[in-house]
Design a protein around this ligand. Structure first.
Ligand code: ZN
Length: 218
């Protein structure tokens, strides 16, 4: 399988679906990670919250832990558009890697960048067989409607490496404290319990085609 995960900011993929990507890699699938922005942000006084250098080097380290190829596009964090240009760029990456499985943001998250990237990806991936939206997490998780998990992936074997990929984003761990790692692990345990395993990630399904039908009877 050829898999792509597309997010708004470096760290979104690692927080929400790195376990699933690690499982794809372990099964011999090709995995591409795309962050639409380099994650550089400042506050309203112009003070740097996250520098480009930090965010990019952390993203590179995390992608190498996952075993994925990494692309960082040139859109500005906090002001990512949803327009023809970005949809075309994402579509050309999907075509270049002959992608059959896409993971991205959930469509109704409170974060405006996450919502716009989700909508751009759903448009860019309209011809892809499988499109999934991950469970948005912590700390921006107050939403007007509820996430409705429909597909669960057992990530028990990959939890330690997922945690390593998250911790590669040192500037974010410093910002949110180590509590964010504990919270993500706890969420994984909760989702794991729901599918009767130890740890899981879950997704809403935008599209799922080519279900494995049993052999046709003659
Ligand atoms: Zn984000």
């Amino acid at each position: 399988m050829n898999v792509i995960a597309i997010c708004a900011h470096p760290d979104d993929i690692e927080f929400n679906c790195a376990g699933t990507l690690l499982k794809h890699v372990a099964h011999g699938d090709n995995v591409v990670m795309v962050s639409v922005s380099d994650g550089a942000t400042t506050n309203h006084n112009g003070e740097v919250i996250r520098s480009k250098v930090n965010a990019v080097s952390e993203a590179e380290r995390a992608a190498s832990i996952v075993g994925a190829k990494l692309y960082i596009l040139d859109y500005k964090a906090l002001d990512i558009p949803c327009n023809h240009k970005i949809i075309s760029e994402l579509e050309s990456l999907i075509n270049r890697y002959d992608i059959d499985t896409v993971y991205t943001h959930w469509h109704s998250h409170t974060n405006q960048d996450h919502r716009r990237v989700s909508r751009s990806v759903l448009a860019a991936a309209r011809c892809v067989k499988r499109v999934f939206m991950w469970e948005e997490g912590i700390p921006h998780s107050l939403c007007l409607s509820g996430f409705n998990p429909q597909m669960y992936v057992d990530i028990t074997e990959y939890l330690d490496k997922k945690t390593d990929a998250i911790r590669a984003h040192e500037s974010q761990i410093e910002k949110y404290t180590g509590d964010i790692v504990d919270a993500i692990i706890a969420r994984g345990r909760y989702r794991g319990y729901q599918m009767r395993t130890k740890y899981a990630e879950c997704f809403e399904i935008s599209k799922f085609t080519e279900v494995g039908f049993p052999e046709k009877r003659e």
